[in-house]
Write a protein that binds this ligand. Structure first.
Ligand code: ADP
Length: 344
C-alpha cells in the first residue's frame, strides 16, 4: 500500500507541554485510520500538524509523496490538499449550504457541478438554500464533510466527528459517513476517544498516550494482541492477574495457560484477562466471591474477588443470576494465545 501521509519523528511542544512526541506514522492511500486515546493525549495536535495549522518543532511530515513540513520546508495549509472537519463543524452561519460547500473550491468554472456532486454524495441534494441553523446536527455534519471534500483533497481529517450527535443518531450517521468515505476512496484520518467508534470506522488504529503512539494495528490486533497494559485497558475491559512461567506455561491462581512466547522459566508476569475468558459456577467451596453483578441486558458482568486479593470480571450470558456474596469456582477458558506482560 502506498503511503499518503507520513510522519517521521514529529514532535510538537507548547511551552512546558509536549503535545506530540517523536511520532512516526504512515497512513496508506485510501485508508481509514483512527487516532484513539484519552483526552489530552495529542490527537487533535497531530491532526493540526498534518493540516498545517501547527508547525512541528522537529521531524518531517509528507503528504502524497511531498514533504510539507520539516527539513526547512513549509507548505501552508491552503496548499496541502487536506480537508478538515472540525469537532464543532465550523460552518459559516451567514452562508447557506451551497455557499458553505462552494467556499473552498478554487476552480470556479466547474463549481456548481462539483457542489451538486458532493451534496449528492452526502445525501443533501435539495438543501442548497438552507442555512446551518435550519439543519439538524446530523445534516450540519454532512455539510461540513461536503465542504471538506468539495475541493477534492487527497486527505480528509475529522476531529471527534460524532461527538456532537446523540447516541442513536451517532450510530446511524457513522455508517453513512463510513460509506461516503469508502465510496470516495479518500485517505481519512480521524480522531476519537471512543473505542467502539474507532473499531467501527477504522481499518487501522493508532492508540496514543501522552503524546506518543503506543501501538498501531488493526482493531483485531490492538484488541487481541495489545502491546502494553495501557492499550489492553483502553480498547476493552481488562483485568490483570499475576502468573509465573513454568515449563512453557503460565501458572495463575485460577488456572494455567499455554505460553507461545519465550519467557524464561520462573519469570513473574501479568496475564491479561478479558471478561469473556472467565467462567464461574456457584460453589460453596469456590476460591472466588462475587462482589458485584451488573445487569447489561443480554448478559451479566460479574466482579469476582479471588482468594489472593486479585479481582477479575466475568461475562455470563446464562440467565439465572448469581447473587453478590456467593462463593464461586472460577474457570479460565484460555484464549488461543494469552497476552502476557513482564512485571516491572
Ligand atoms: P487530544 O486531542 O488528544 O485531547 P490535544 O492534542 O488537544 O489532545 O492536546 C495535547 C496536549 O497539548 C494537552 O496537554 C493540551 O492541554 C496541550 N495543548 C493543546 N493545544 C494547546 C495550545 N494551543 N496551547 C497550549 N497547550 C496546548
Amino acid at each position: 500500500m502506498k503511503s499518503q501521509v507520513v510522519l517521521e519523528r514529529v514532535t510538537k511542544k507548547y511551552s512546558a507541554t509536549t503535545a506530540v512526541e517523536d511520532m512516526s506514522l504512515e497512513v496508506g492511500r485510501g485508508e481509514i485510520f483512527c487516532l484513539l486515546g484519552p483526552s489530552g493525549c495529542g490527537k487533535t495536535t497531530t491532526l493540526r500538524l498534518i493540516a498545517g495549522l501547527e508547525k512541528p518543532d522537529s521531524g518531517r511530515i509528507e503528504i502524497g509523496g511531498v514533504t510539507v513540513a520539516g527539513g526547512g520546508v513549509w507548505v501552508p495549509p491552503e496548499e496541502r490538499r487536506v480537508g478538515v472537519v472540525f469537532q464543532d463543524y465550523a460552518l459559516f452561519p451567514h452562508m447557506n449550504v451551497f455557499q458553505n460547500v462552494a467556499f473552498g473550491i478554487r476552480n470556479r468554472r466547474g463549481l456548481r457541478r462539483r457542489v451538486q456532486e458532493v451534496l449528492e454524495l452526502v445525501g443533501l441534494r435539495g438543501m442548497e438554500k438552507r442555512y446551518p441553523h435550519e439543519l439538524s446536527s446530523g445534516q450540519q455534519q454532512r455539510v461540513a464533510i461536503a465542504r471538506a471534500l468539495a475541493p477534492e483533497p487527497e486527505v480528509i481529517l475529522l476531529d471527534e466527528p460524532f461527538s456532537n450527535l446523540d447516541a442513536d443518531l451517532r450510530k446511524r450517521i457513522r455508517s453513512d459517513i463510513k460509506k461516503i468515505l469508502k465510496d470516495t476512496g479518500i485517505t481519512t484520518i480521524f480522531v476519537t476517544h471512543d473505542q467502539e467508534e474507532a473499531f467501527f470506522m477504522a481499518e487501522r488504529i493508532g492508540v496514543m498516550r501522552d503524546g506518543r503512539l503506543e501501538q498501531v494495528g488493526t482493531p483485531e490486533q490492538v484488541f487481541h494482541r495489545p502491546s502494553t497494559p495501557f492499550v489492553a485497558q483502553f480498547v476493552g475491559t481488562a483485568d490483570f492477574i499475576d502468573g509465573v512461567v513454568r515449563n512453557g506455561r503460565v501458572v495463575t491462581s485460577i488456572g494455567e495457560l499455554e505460553l507461545n512466547e519465550g519467557f524464561p522459566e520462573g519469570e513473574r508476569v501479568r496475564v491479561l484477562i478479558r471478561p469473556d475468558f472467565v467462567d464461574i459456577e456457584e460453589d460453596g467451596e469456590g476460591e472466588g466471591t462475587v462482589v458485584e453483578r451488573l445487569f447489561l441486558g443480554t448478559h451479566h458482568l460479574y466482579t469476582i474477588l479471588l482468594k489472593g486479593g486479585e479481582r477479575v470480571r466475568c461475562l455470563r450470558h446464562r440467565s439465572r443470576p448469581i447473587p453478590a456474596g456467593s462463593k464461586v469456582r472460577v474457570k479460565l477458558g484460555a484464549p488461543a494465545r494469552p497476552v502476557v506482560f513482564r512485571t516491572n
